[in-house]
Design a binder for this molecule. Structure first.
Ligand SMILES: Cc1ncc(COP(=O)(O)O)c(C=O)c1O
Length: 382
């Protein structure tokens, strides 16, 4: 008998990020589509990894992560958020943010459970929920402010709601939750008994005087939330795929049961190096000024262009509204830009399950100033 390959994810194809990066390479276009820096990682950090490789830190790390790194993360939580987090019981080092999200969803979502996902949403959320039999309940947020209507959220809550997924600051909208949003979220969670999965990978990339925030600072959310962070974003090294998850001991104990049979442990010398590197807190405290300057450079350069610029409150993404240029749907206009204008972007519709179209394209500004200036020249010519 021939085996039948019944796809568990029949509607999933190659992600838009791979597609646009592929087109950028094909047309030799400037690639502002995928979110990664085009400048080098700090050589100090590279040296530290080399030192730890040579020092023999090359065998399995503990399942929960190298103790020195968990201790450093705990110290960072205290410095940045004033929170006491136990490195032994409440922190696990993961193979990047995506694996932490995957493991958190695997830990909590059972067949038939409903998961609230605010859209636009990072592309891994919905497929992972579905892999574990969960039902995605999308809530659409719209440009330009992407505000959450909490009454709508309450209407979406049912007895089956297991998880509310939040990405703060949000990729791709650039929106940062305010205190009122956090209070509303806590009230929804208190009433429903749902857990929260808070994707905080852009935690430090907040602008205009905002301070990094975690949902763990709220007393009730502290007990019910798994938060996810990524050293890829924190250290300008997206290819390293090292991140972590923080949650209260009972939640973390369950998370670890899944984690140990998923990746078990994460690249050892990198963990040691990051632990050393983060002793100097300026490495993360300087991120917001660093990226704000890039955001402002790009926004200023596009002031007289035909795009309407939505200046983000956080993340390293900006949305450009092209309604004054074309009526074409986003995916089509993005293709035109890459083919005819030499610049690759991501259609915002890719972050909505129904490809909701708002004439917006996402660009990444984690780029050298020279790259941003080149992007400005190309976009001003559209
Ligand atoms: C919102 C969001 N969550 C998670 C991730 C994944 O992080 P990592 O590269 O550490 O897996 C990304 C990466 O782009 C992201 O934008």
């Amino acid at each position: 008998m021939t085996p039948q390959l019944h796809s568990k994810l029949p509607t999933v194809s190659t992600t838009i990020f791979s597609v646009m990066s592929g087109l950028a390479a094909q047309y030799r276009a400037l690639n502002l589509s995928q979110g990664f820096p085009d400048y080098p990682v700090d050589p100090v950090l590279i040296d530290l990894i080399t030192q730890h490789l040579q020092a023999g830190h090359n065998q399995y790390a503990p399942m929960t992560g190298v103790a020195a790194l968990r201790e450093r993360i705990s110290q960072k939580m205290a410095r940045v958020h004033g929170l006491a987090v136990d490195g032994d019981q409440e922190i696990t080092v993961t193979a990047g943010g995506t694996q932490a999200l995957f493991t958190a969803i695997a830990t909590l979502v059972r067949p038939g459970d409903e998961v609230i996902v605010f859209e636009p949403a990072y592309d891994s959320y919905a497929p992972t929920v579905r892999l574990f039999g969960g039902v995605v309940v999308p809530i659409r947020l719209q440009a330009p402010d992407f505000a959450i209507d909490w009454d709508q959220v309450r209407r979406c809550i049912t007895a089956r709601t297991r998880l509310v997924m939040v990405n703060n600051p949000n990729n791709p909208s650039g929106r940062v939750l305010d205190d009122a949003d956090v209070q509303q979220l806590a009230a929804v969670v208190a009433d429903s008994g749902a857990f929260v999965l808070s994707d905080e990978v852009y935690e430090h990339l907040v602008y205009d005087g905002r301070q990094p925030k975690t949902l763990l600072s709220h007393p009730l959310l502290r007990e019910r939330t798994l938060t996810v962070a990524s050293f890829g974003k924190l250290l300008h090294a997206t290819g390293w795929k090292v991140g972590y998850c923080v949650a209260a001991p009972d939640l973390m104990a369950e998370f670890r049961k899944v984690h140990q049979f998923n990746v078990f442990s994460v690249h050892t010398p990198t963990q040691w190096a990051i632990a050393d590197y983060l002793a100097d807190e300026t490495h993360y405290q300087s991120l917001s000024a660093f990226f704000q300057a890039k955001r402002d450079r790009l926004a200023a350069g596009l002031r007289d262009s035909r795009f309407r610029v939505y200046c983000p409150q956080g993340t390293y993404f900006m949305n450009l509204d092209y309604r004054d240029i074309s009526d074409a749907p986003e995916a089509e206009f993005a293709q035109t830009l890459v083919r005819e204008h030499g610049i690759a972007t991501i259609p915002l519709s890719a972050f909505y399950h129904d490809s909701y179209n708002q004439h917006c394209l996402r660009v990444c500004f984690a780029k050298r100033d020279a790259t941003l200036d080149q992007a400005v020249a190309l976009l001003n010519a559209v």
